[in-house]
Design a protein around this ligand. Structure first.
Ligand SMILES: [Zn+2]
Length: 64
């Protein structure tokens, strides 16, 4: 049985041993996951941070 990879559309044989099914490979699975994560959260590649730590006070030694 042939299925199409949801990410790249490539035909591949449905193989229960394929851990990435219905995707053709790990990359396509991660891309697809990344897309739905991006829709819910943020831009891919942007680190998800909950409140950046403030710069430590008194660390500015460019005083001359
Ligand atoms: Zn693919």
């Amino acid at each position: 049985m042939l299925v199409n990879c949801p990410t790249c559309g490539k035909s591949l044989e449905w193989d229960p041993a394929n851990r990435w099914r219905p995707f053709c490979c790990e990359r396509c699975k991660l891309i697809d996951l990344g897309e739905w994560v991006a829709e819910r959260h943020a831009i891919p590649g942007e680190p998800v941070v909950d409140g950046l730590p403030e710069p430590a006070p008194g660390h500015d030694d460019r005083s001359h």
